[in-house]
Design a protein around this ligand. Structure first.
Ligand code: KMH
Ligand code: ZN
Length: 275
């Protein structure tokens, strides 16, 4: 039976408690949200951290504190810190979590508009620098692609040896400035990557569910969580990240897929086992 990896992006850098009171800010809230997601079937936690007042930070010490606390409750889960951080952060700031003992991180593969006046900057040289940092620390990159040009750049940098295989993409669709979260655009992206690459799909807002289902039909993996979507349905807030994970895990099982454990996810993604 095919396996599907569920990633939970539990916090993000843009969503706030005003939008959904369950968005985590404190260490205890991060643990609560991570545990709810893992208990429901998440194998990977994509992690942005905050200070207690909700301010997004890439501070190494804050990551260490929150990762350690999550590990106490969820010892096996793959923790994937963000190196995207929030728009406007410098490369040095964003790279801080790679100084910790982590096994995976996001690697953003191109620049894009990010709504209003925001620009999410990832120049070619930045991507090379981030990739080389991850290579040197044996950190598995998840290739975040918000549009097709990002996929092409990632493939070019792979060919040049900067991004190591096996390649694992995350197609992030529906951001204001990136590709739309439509079946046509997702299919175009899936058909643009090598046969032996794996992919996960993130859709914004209500498109989280539709893009997740399509990803599974195409043999891919899924990302849910507050970073991309705060609602179960129109007008109904998700009570926890776990609620979003539980729904996609149920749908996966109904599609005759098995939800991957963290160790199975490591195997699928070509990562070292933890112990
Ligand atoms: N917060 C966005 C500006 C990542 O985590 O690598 C970038 C982001 C991507 O979320
Ligand atoms: Zn992120």
């Amino acid at each position: 039976m095919s396996k599907v990896i569920i990633t939970a992006a539990i916090s993000g850098a843009e969503v706030t408690k005003e939008m959904n009171p369950a968005v985590p800010y404190t260490v205890e809230e991060f643990v609560r949200e991570a545990k709810s997601a893992v208990d429901a079937g998440a194998a990977i936690i994509h992690l942005h951290v905050r200070w207690d007042d909700g301010t997004p930070t890439q501070d190494k010490g804050r990551y260490a504190e929150i990762i350690e606390a999550i590990r106490q409750e969820c010892p096996d889960v793959i923790i994937q810190p963000s190196t995207g951080g929030a728009t406007g952060m410098s490369s040095e700031e964003r790279l801080q979590p790679t100084e910790l003992n982590i096994e995976m991180a996001s690697l953003d593969c191109g620049t894009l508009n990010f709504g209003g006046d925001e620009i999410f900057i990832n120049t070619e040289n930045m991507i090379i620098e981030f990739a080389e940092r991850m290579n040197s620390k044996n950190i598995k990159p998840e290739l975040e692609c918000f549009e097709k040009g990002h996929v092409d750049l990632a493939l070019r940098l792979h060919k040049k040896g900067y991004i190591k295989g096996p390649l694992h993409f995350n197609f992030v669709l529906g951001v204001n400035g990136g590709m739309t979260a439509t079946p046509r655009d997702l299919l175009f992206l899936v058909e643009s990557i090598p046969q032996d690459a794996s992919f996960t799909v993130s859709g914004m807002g209500s498109r989280q569910l539709t893009m997740n289902v399509m990803a599974m039909l195409l043999g891919g993996h899924v990302r849910v969580g507050f970073e991309d979507n705060l609602m179960m349905e129109r007008g109904v807030l998700a009570q926890s990240n776990g609620e979003l994970v539980a729904r996609i895990a149920r749908i996966a099982r109904e599609l005759n897929l098995t939800v991957a454990t963290p160790d199975e996810a490591r195997q699928i993604l070509g990562m070292k086992q933890r112990n």
